[in-house]
Design a protein around this ligand. Sequence first.
Ligand code: GUN
Ligand code: FE
Length: 441
Amino acid sequence: MNNTTKAFRGEILHFLSDPALDEANSYQYFQDGLLVVTDGLVEMIGHAQELLPKLSDDLSITEHRNGILMPGFVDTHIHFPQTEIIGSYGEQLLEWLDTYTFPTESQFGDMEFALGRAQFFLDQLLQNGTTTALVFGTVHPESVEAFFQQAQKMKLRMICGKVMMDRNAPDDLTDTAQSSYDESKALIEKWHGKDRLHYAVTPRFAPTSTSEQLHKAGDLLKEYPDVFMHTHLSENENECAWVNELFPDCENYLDVYDQHGLLSKRSVFAHGIHLCDSEYQRLSDTNSSLSYCPTSNLFLGSGLFNLQKAQEYNIDVGIGTDVGAGTSFSQLQTLNEGYKVQQLRGEKLTALKSFFLATLGGANALDLNHKIGNFELGKEADFVVLDYQCTDLMRVRMKKAKDMLERLFVLTTLGDDRAIKATYVMGELMHDRNSPKKSAI
Ligand code: GUN
Ligand code: FE
């Protein structure tokens, strides 16, 4: 073992498959576990007692007690330029966009401004245990340039794209079909596949793109088959009615994207609340994914995501915080609301399924499960340490918890960024709750 090997000891949990299918075989849990990382990749995982004799005596071991270590969280839908409008009062989607979102996004043509906001945003992610995200920029290429520059410095696995938007938005936020194609292409050439970064072709949503622009988005996906596609789908009833008016020849909302060649295993659709059976079927047939964004869906009054149906159709689902319509960067808080949304539907979201969605489920949805999402040997060692005793209330409640499953559930109910003791990227400590980084802005 060479000198870039590190070991981490504590309670460890990770998933091998979806617990909704075969719960008993879906995860590995080590009450006293050891994670061994070499050159940023997982080298060993198992019970400490079994692995310790195999390690060299001089290897230092970082111990994490009274908590649980698991793979870094994956956020499958978030907008970095909307950080500063989180919690904006009173509107549903279309009015919220006009009143709050578009004015704030208009600032991101300024590179210095965008760099500061990108840094702040990435620090927030790490503080909340999120190590990979699928991220909206703005219409300005500078926003994506700034984001990738900062993410590259922090060695993060991140996906981002420039918004394509050529109608139904303020003039200073619209591009054209051709300019959106050219600018996206230049960003793909510069950034896609560089270090741990990926590009997502990002038409905002059907109402803000002409058919010509959506065709250009489809052209990019044909030219670059391994880039991602990221957009919004069927979030709000007024939005859905508007899409029917704008695209009368399409059978349903999803069909708008389908007719322009935008459905594939690297396509991620945020929300997908008001879908018909044929849309679920088509998402399934094309291996497209959905991002479940409960804090956003409640905050904007959009509706209750049908997780059960997505599961029946075998559609990959990840969790999205959808900041700034979403109200928290914390996956724990997002799962908390996610549980309540399912309660309102008369369904149960188990704690295992929750943490699956936040880790391997998200990696599956992003088609990155060969790199991240669990501790299989050779995967990138991005992980988080959750603290069972982060507040007095959590400590008292945890005393009553009878087993690991109950502790996990309490983490989602009471937890937030205070419960994130540490976040590691490729085995390096990047966030330490006890010595937080100074804010970038
Ligand atoms: N639909 C189109 N744009 C947006 C956005 O910025 N946020 C949300 N939640 N939905 C959208
Ligand atoms: Fe969104």
